[in-house]
Design a protein. Structure first.
Length: 438
């Protein structure tokens, strides 16, 4: 049955490898189960309800990705998107969390229309080759920064913004050890090197008393406080339209960036293969519908997860990987105390190691043409330095259009690229006006 559904032999994989990939992806992204409720609870949302909504939304979206697209990519409420929801829409702009959910729902409808009409695919086709090559590298740098921060290898500094953390800090030492375990095992071609590294550090953390073992099983809280609590009363207001525009742009480019980067890493993004093109189109549809499901359950925008790349590195190539992730999200509803035994510094080494591997995609950038190379470089490092995949796209597209137009190469620019650059420019102008008014 699994062979018939997921075509394992065709993708040169097997059940064991796919399940291992799914477990690896889940462990790498399981932090969202606890982080998302903490962030959204700042708006007044019930933390227990958001916990359930997070797990269920991730499971629904990832199941759709598994069976519709047969892609090894998991989805869940996005980091950054949840911060925008809580700290910008609600805290700064003064909307209620119910109205913010209304904005998420409407942005999901727009996102779905863009996908169903083929406009999203048309937009993706307009991404220049050099920028497509730098997407994976940019996501890799972003992953590295997330991992280094979560393990406190990199910490805040008032003078230089960031600096090296204390080498006597156990989280830093665990991270370094985990990275070396993964790197050595992978170099020796040991299957499941990333998962082994995560489990080794988790076990050591418990053994040394750095992680509190709070038990194994607990019943999930009620989802009622956030379920279908959507308020559309502010959707047509001028001030709220900016919220929707921002959500659509960030959802579009965060999700698209991850899908392209991870699919490229899995070697299943092949424009010459009709079947692979169909799978990618279905993957776009899967992550679009997930946003609607998440808003109805009571969480911020759901998106494709960059941590899926860790499962791909562990060998995941089909939807069985993502189906495994989805099942584990449902299981997590009942085993939340056990999941706290996997600290952030245990998954951080996996993200950092993966980033090292993803940087090699930069070799496909056309470095001989500066009008291609400069935007590609901006794409890569602004994703990490601004902590946003969408910002990386914005800087890259705007600079690409400017460089091509002012060097007389405007005919090389796809119409979609002009539109995308203009939208990002408008977004930056509106954001600047809002900041100046504040």
């Amino acid at each position: 049955m699994l062979e018939r559904i997921f075509k394992l032999r065709e993708h040169k994989t097997n059940v064991q490898t796919e399940v291992l990939g799914g477990m690896t992806t889940f462990l790498a992204m399981s932090y969202i189960i606890f982080v998302n409720p903490i962030i959204l609870s700042k708006t007044g949302m019930d933390m227990g309800s958001v916990f359930v909504a997070t797990c269920v939304a991730a499971a629904i979206g990832t199941f759709i990705m598994a069976f519709l697209a047969n892609y090894p990519i998991a989805v869940a409420p996005g980091m950054g998107l949840n911060a925008f929801f809580a700290f910008t829409i609600v805290a700064n702009m003064g909307f209620t969390w119910q109205q913010a959910l209304g904005g998420v729902f409407v942005s999901g409808v727009i996102f779905l229309i863009l996908t169903a009409t083929g406009l999203r695919s048309w937009i993706i086709e307009g991404i220049p080759a050099s920028l497509r090559a730098s997407v994976a590298a940019g996501i890799g740098l972003f992953l590295a920064f997330i991992g280094l921060q979560s393990a406190q290898v990199v910490v805040d500094d008032p003078a230089t913004l960031v600096k090296l953390g204390s080498l006597s800090n156990p989280t830093v030492l665990f991270c370094v050890l985990g990275f070396l375990v993964i790197a050595v095992l992978d170099a020796l071609k040991v299957k499941g090197a990333i998962l082994i590294g995560i489990l080794v550090i988790s076990a050591l953390s418990i053994f040394t008393g750095n992680t509190h073992f709070a038990g194994i099983v607990s019943m999930p809280p009620s989802i009622a406080p956030t379920f279908f609590q959507i308020d559309f009363s502010k959707v047509l207001e001028a001030g709220f339209l900016q919220v929707i525009l921002t959500l659509v742009l960030v959802e579009l480019f965060d999700a698209t960036g991850v899908l392209i980067g991870v699919a490229k890493r899995a070697k299943i993004l092949d424009d010459t293969s009709p079947e692979n093109k169909k799978r990618f189109s279905r993957a776009l549809f899967a992550d679009s519908t997930s946003i609607l499901a998440g808003s109805m359950l009571g969480t911020s925008s759901v998106t494709a997860y960059v941590e899926s790349a860790s499962g791909v590195q562990a060998g995941g190539r089909t939807g069985l990987t993502s189906a495994t992730v989805a099942v584990l999200f449902l299981v997590a509803l009942f085993f939340s105390p056990l999941l706290t035994a996997v600290p952030a510094y245990a998954t951080a080494p996996a993200l950092i190691y993966l980033a090292c591997l993803m940087l090699r995609e930069l070799t496909e950038v056309n470095w001989d043409d500066l009008t291609d190379a400069i935007p590609a470089a901006l794409m890569a490092f602004t994703m990490a330095f601004t902590y946003s995949i969408a910002n990386g796209f914005a800087f890259a597209f705007i600079s690409y259009v400017v460089l091509k137009v002012f060097t007389g190469k405007f005919r090389q620019v796809h119409p979609a690229t002009y539109i995308i650059a203009a939208l990002f420019l408008v977004k930056f102008i509106l954001y600047s006006m809002e900041s100046a008014a504040a």
